[in-house]
Structure formats: structure tokens, C-alpha cells
Design a protein around this ligand. Sequence first.
Ligand SMILES: O=c1[nH]cnc2cc3nc(NCc4cccs4)[nH]c3cc12
Ligand SMILES: [Zn+2]
Length: 372
Amino acid sequence: MIPFSFDLLHQDTRTQARRGRIHTSRGKIETPIFMPVGTQATVKGLLPEALKEVGAQIILANTYHLFLRPGHQTVQDLGGLHRFMNWDRPILTDSGGFQVFSLGQLRKISEEGVLFQSHLDGSTHLLTPELATGVQEALGADIIMAFDECIAYPSPRDYVQRSTDLSARWARRCKEARREGDGSALFGIVQGGMFPDLRRKSCEDLLEIGFDGYALGGLSVGEEASVMYDVMEATLPHLPHDHPRYVMGVGTPENLIEGISRGVDMFDCVMPTRNARNGVLFTSFGRISIKQARYARDEQPVDPACGCYVCRNYSRAYLRHLYQSGEILASVLNTHHNIHYYLDLMASARSAIEANSFVEFKRDFYHQRATH
Ligand SMILES: O=c1[nH]cnc2cc3nc(NCc4cccs4)[nH]c3cc12
Ligand SMILES: [Zn+2]
């Protein structure tokens, strides 16, 4: 059983960008990395083989959803999440706090945990740090997340302070609830809203407890990008360089480039998969909405600069036809391209950091978008 570890391979000389490698018992993860979201044990529309073809090294699944359906005991009894979904590479599970607030109904927070009703059948559940940790261990995730409250934006400073302190107490309970030596890693989640001093305090509280990695929570909750970047700059310097930094729920391609330049190693977001299903495709020159009439007879690929299976075999006209016709293949092909785009962008960023040319990489990234 290879224990979890992180190697900082190279620090860019002109930005905070870093090139790293995470070692897990199910394989290595090259960072910076984007994690496709597979909420209900599937990255919607993609076979595991397709995920591997586009270079996915790790995917995310959601504790809240799998706890409610099919149930973590069922998944465990059937061999765990990797066996269940035929994915033998690393999996990270979010701990459920965020989904309880974004999906659960009639929530009640207490020191114990969060009482909520299932959005599926109205059944009542109490999700505690101990249960959230046990569920993630039962699923067999390689990286599990502390149970926290994702604070809504904007929130009064007093509420942010009290919630952040509660999440820190919950984080300690998660660590204490851990099963010994199951090879998985536990990440703490920094809160603190948009208040630099509360973010710093949250870092200090989590560092005192000690985690395998540190996530920035409470972002991508409706704030302006500039606010997100300010919070990153106020938080990242207080996290150890020799541990992975993960910003949850982020973001657009631009957000990823800006996050990397500030020292972020890991990202996840529903953006590429959700937009694909709505016909919005990411390209090196910006986004295109495939439903637009201008693509009806356009035989070019989505992005002539993209080397993915979709761009090598299908025209914009065909993708538009599939989308307009409500065909299942529309979601499959659009998702394949979008995930390839995100992962290819990360691969290019890793190469640029290795070559000490991330500044030029970032400049070219924006230039290509400006000139279309
Ligand atoms: O503080 C957090 N704690 C644990 N999980 C999260 C997940 C998160 N995902 C987003 N935004 C991504 C979005 C998903 C759907 C709409 S926005 N922000 C997030 C914050 C947290
Ligand atoms: Zn493509």
C-alpha cells in the first residue's frame, strides 16, 4: 500500500505556479490538475475508457448523492466505488457539506452536524463529521474531504467567523474518526468567507490539526472573479508549500490559469460537463454555442487547434444537428471535447511551468482569445 505523498517538483521563477506530483495507492497525479466531476459515480456521458483517452488522472464523486442513492453500504458491499464504476485510477470525494446546502431541504445546523431532508424522497438525515468520513471510507475514495459548511456569499463577518470555527471543530472530528491505514488521504477545507484575516485564522486552525492536503472552500459561490483571486492571494501564502492546494468548484479556463499562477495545484468544476450538455463548447479562442444557426453548414471541427477524437472526426454542422435533434450523442461528443480541452490546457500548463515559461503561456492564452 503506497502511502499518500506530494512531491513539489518545480517552482516557477516568475509566478507562484508550481509543478507537482501526488502519489496515491492507485497511481500518480501530475499537478496542476483538473478533476472531471462524476457526481453519481459517472462523469455524465463518458465511458471510463474515454476518460482515460482524454487523460483524466483522477475524478470527483459526491458523498451526498451516493449516500442517498444507492447508499454507501451498498457500494461498499459491491466492492467499493472503483469496482462499482469500473474506474481504477484515483477518486476524490467531496464530503457532502456543499451539496446538503445546494440540494438538501430544511437544513438545520448544530454542533453535532447538519439535519436535512433528501431532495430525492424527503427522508430525514443527520450528516455529521463522523458519518461523512465513514461514508467516504466506505466508498473507498483515495482522497476524502473534511465535512464543512460552505458559507454562502455574501455573509456577515460574525456568521463567517462562527461558521468557520465550527468547520474547524468538525475537521478535527473527521481526522479523529479516520480508519487507520486505509491508504486514503484526508484534506482539510479552509473557510473564512471573503475576509483575509478569517481565512488566515482558518489556515492556522487546520494546520494545527494537520492534513494531507488543503482545499480552499467557500469560493465559486457567486463572487466576482476578482474577489476569488483576492481570497486566493490572502490564503495560499499561509498554506505549506509541500502539500497540495485544491480550490473546490473552480472554474472557467481563465479561473484555472489565474489560480495556477497564484499557486493552486488542483481544481474541479461541473463547467465543462454541464456546459457540454447545454451545447456550449470550450475552444482555444473562447466559447462557442453550437446551437447557433451560423454552424448549420460549418464543416470545420469545433476547434481546429484541438486534437481530440471529436475534432478529428466530426464537423460543427453535425454537432449542431445532434444538439438540435436532442440526440444522446450530442452530450457524449460535446462532453468528450470539453473535458479534453480542460485536461489538455492543464497538460500545457504543466509543460510551461517545467520550462519556466508560464508567464508567456498565460499571455498567449489570453492573446488567442482576444484575437477572435
Ligand atoms: O466550501 C466548500 N466545501 C466543500 N465543497 C465545496 C464545493 C464547491 N463547489 C463550488 N462551486 C461549484 C459549483 C457547483 C454548482 C454551482 S457552483 N464551491 C464549492 C465550495 C465547497
Ligand atoms: Zn476537440
